[in-house]
Write a new protein. Structure first.
Length: 111
């Protein structure tokens, strides 16, 4: 096999070697080994949550300049991308813009 073999071919060869090793060690047929592996992967996938719970603590999850702004806190609590933008905001101009955006979309604001 040439050194420039596609990754999928190399991966396939590695899987074949692993299957052979498991087959020799367990004495089971290749089909049985594959079926057990597929069932194990399916069980593992069922155990994985659909969503990842994320906690939010304004004192730890926001920079100091944003911690007193209720609109920023509310938006950052529900929007991870906005939270990242808040952390990246280095200039006063960008910080003011983010504060206006948070205030504009703050659901509990007074009309």
């Amino acid at each position: 096999m040439p050194r420039s073999a596609p990754t999928s071919i190399r991966l396939s060869q590695q899987i074949q070697r692993l299957l052979t090793q498991i087959q020799e060690r367990t004495g089971e047929s290749r089909t049985t080994v594959i079926e057990r592996a597929v069932r194990a992967l399916a069980r593992e996938e069922q155990r994985m949550p659909d969503t990842i719970p994320i906690s939010f603590d304004p004192a730890a999850d926001l920079p100091e300049w944003a911690q007193g702004n209720e609109a920023i806190i509310a938006r950052a609590r529900r929007d991870l991308a906005f939270r990242a933008d808040v952390w990246q905001a280095e200039t006063e101009h960008l910080r003011a813009f983010l504060a206006r955006e948070a205030e504009r979309q703050h659901p509990e604001r007074e009309s």
